[in-house]
Design a protein around this ligand. Structure first.
Ligand SMILES: [Zn+2]
Ligand SMILES: [Zn+2]
Length: 367
């Protein structure tokens, strides 16, 4: 039987989301229905809702979720009742990209890619935004999108593992494979950038320079393992990195902001043999410039990193154990909790940069 769920729907870009009752289809083969306990608001949700990236409307966004399996389709190797993280990474495990460890770039088309499981009260289809649609009491996702977690991690903290944490930490450990004792610069200390800082600390980088115009975020970066913090409004980061490295400059520069100026500054900050790693998501059409001659002469690399090149079944359990042994901060990254009816206020705080991660929590009553 299809299920009725309350969900926050985007019917027109740059207007408030409306909380409506939607119909959620039954899970098909290989799919699961998950009761959402917590869903974090990512900057991507705001970018989509503001119309920066286009996409089909009406839609339900939300892609950083944690919850509990309530129904499984045929051929699913998970059980009802299991607690899981729900991600947007839907993968076949068999195509050439999956085989190369890039599930994030899986080329397979799934039944859920062809037909949304969501429809409104009039029976009209509602797009499942970012393959998840988790601004809703329940979701239908492909089983490849979920990873079981233990009972000891709170749902709000666990939800962050679905996007911000794997994107940031994975950019360091998977995409760039930062070597111990490296010098790492992180431009932008939002939800992703702070997790790049955490990843650099896990990779045992010696020098981790965090840069952000918001002092509160710099303080958090230091708490998470940054060795130096630079406020670009008052200090010149190029000078700072030059002094810290004796002129060698950084081994890795992570761009964790959508600001177009970051690419230009990254080029000045990266040293010989260094890598620029682009993890920020600027608006569609934003372009950067670089000097190809200098890039070649200095043997440098520019790397794109989508979702931290994560293999979620491998990476999320590792991150959960680091959380339990104190090596990974999650609880402190949650700014505030909201109900689904307060989602527009929660989105506004993310839009303004005031919040790190606001989380929508659901009270399902009785369980
Ligand atoms: Zn996200
Ligand atoms: Zn694949």
């Amino acid at each position: 039987m299809p299920t009725t769920v309350r969900a926050a729907v985007c019917r027109e870009f740059a207007t408030p989301l409306t909380v409506e009752h939607l119909t959620l289809a039954d899970p098909g083969p290989g799919e699961v229905r998950v009761r959402v306990d917590a869903v974090a608001i990512c900057h991507s949700d705001v970018s989509y809702a503001d119309g920066e990236w286009g996409g089909d409307l009406p839609a339900v966004w939300g892609h950083e979720a944690a919850g509990q399996i309530v129904e499984v389709g045929d051929g699913v190797g998970f059980d009802v009742g299991e607690r899981v993280v729900v991600t947007l990474i839907r993968s076949c495990g068999e195509c050439s990209r999956c085989q190369r460890g890039a599930e994030v770039a899986c080329g397979e088309r799934f039944a859920l890619d062809r037909l949304t499981p969501l429809s409104d009260a009039d029976g009209r289809p509602i797009d499942q935004g970012m393959r998840t649609g988790a601004f809703a009491e329940q979701v239908i996702v492909h089983a490849s999108q979920i990873v079981p977690i233990d009972e000891d991690i709170p749902a709000a903290s666990a939800s962050l593992l679905a996007c911000g944490v794997i994107t940031g930490v994975g950019a360091v450990l998977n995409t760039a494979q930062v070597a111990p004792a490296s010098t790492v610069v992180v431009l932008g200390c939002g939800g992703v950038g702070l997790n790049v800082v955490q990843g650099a600390a896990l990779a045992k980088a010696d020098t981790i320079v965090a840069s952000d115009p918001q002092v509160a975020k710099l303080d958090l970066a230091i708490h998470l393992g940054a060795t130096h913090a630079v406020d670009p409004m008052t200090d010149d980061i190029t000078t700072a990195v030059d002094e810290l490295t004796g002129g060698r400059m950084a081994d890795y520069v992570f761009i964790a902001t959508g600001a177009p100026a970051a690419l230009a500054s990254a080029e000045r900050l990266v040293g010989t043999m260094g890598a620029i790693v682009v993890v920020g998501m600027p608006a569609t059409g934003v372009a950067g410039q670089f000097d190809p001659g200098a890039l070649a002469a200095r043997n440098q690399r520019i790397l794109g990193s989508k979702m931290g090149t994560s293999v979620i079944a491998r990476d999320i359990p590792r991150l959960v154990s680091r959380y339990h042994d104190g090596g990974l901060e999650l609880d402190g990254l949650v700014s505030r909790r909201f109900t689904i009816d307060e989602i527009n206020e929660a989105m506004d705080e993310v839009r303004s940069g005031a919040a790190l991660r606001n989380v929508i929590v659901f009270d399902h009553g009785g369980g």
